[in-house]
Ligand binder design. Sequence first.
Ligand SMILES: NC(=O)c1ccc[n+]([C@@H]2O[C@H](COP(=O)([O-])OP(=O)(O)OC[C@H]3O[C@@H](n4cnc5c(N)ncnc54)[C@H](O)[C@@H]3O)[C@@H](O)[C@H]2O)c1
Length: 328
Amino acid sequence: MKRIKVNTSTPTEIIIGNNINIKEEIDESRKALLLIDSNVFNTYGKAVMNNLNACIYLINPKESSKSMSSVINILNFMAFNGLTRKDIVITMGGGITTDLGGFVSSIYNRGMRVYHIPTTLLADVDAAIGGKTGVNTGYGKNIVGTFHHPTKVLIDVKYLQTLNEKQIRCGKAEILKYAFIDNLKLLNLINSDNWEEIITQSIMTKIKFIESDEYDNGKRMILNFGHTIGHAIEKQSNYKINHGEAVAIGMATMGRYFGINEIEHEIKKTGLKVTYNGEPKKLMNYILNDKKREDNFYNIIVPESFGKCRIYKTNEKEIFEIIKRVKK
Ligand SMILES: NC(=O)c1ccc[n+]([C@@H]2O[C@H](COP(=O)([O-])OP(=O)(O)OC[C@H]3O[C@@H](n4cnc5c(N)ncnc54)[C@H](O)[C@@H]3O)[C@@H](O)[C@H]2O)c1
């Protein structure tokens, strides 16, 4: 079992292992709310409930659950159950659950502790790490959110066994991102089954960016490689294309436009798609609302060489030229 500390304003302890003892890792002296993905509950709920004394709220694992109406329902449920700011929230599920649970725990009673138990590869390597929370509105993905660092993240590789191929591929998209921005070593590992090492390497890469820029004002933005286009594709496809798949297309598009062909090549090897047959003008409308916009220019993350990315300021005209390459 590995323990990694993230040195942010409120530190996080990340535990990576197989068969982690939840009871030993979570503060049992306080009342707990378990926000759990309904599919995860069906498979693992019984075992978890034997180890936890918590009231339960089921999350429907759909992107539409990351909404302000879900937030209000959960906040009301917490108040109804008498939770105070000293109590804890535990999330268990994929990125939808950790994003939503992270958000409610950051605003209920002005903020309380949250423990994440991610159960998808994508949440293990990305969504549960780094303290970003997010809720969508009609204008786009993660338009509302906070920075709220989890107290602990318990990453248990046993949950990966029940993921289907598509869910594994989605996680691999974010692992490839770490390879393309800073850690090409991951390319040798990605198709192995050494999950603990893959997750550790991915997280160590993410932490490097977070610790040097906790609030996303500079270097941390590089972690968004592929995401500006990816979020627009998710939204335009009405979330039929999910996060990991869309990010992979976003990264491949960047690789094509900036002439780093290895990116598309490596993505294809994992079975992820590299193009999207959407209308570029519509994608552009979503990008106009992206958080990376600053007045009249955009910060986008571009590949500088294979294994290195940088922040690049550009304008609407060039973004549109890049977007056209989504189709090939
Ligand atoms: N906050 C961040 O830093 C951050 C980073 C990356 C992504 N995200 C967000 O994460 C979300 C995507 O996360 P995701 O891909 O984990 O999606 P998800 O939460 O929808 O989970 C995907 C599917 O896997 C199922 N599932 C979960 N665990 C399982 C298990 N162990 N076995 C079988 N099935 C299981 C779920 O029920 C769901 O159907 C997006 O909303 C994205 O915006 C956030």
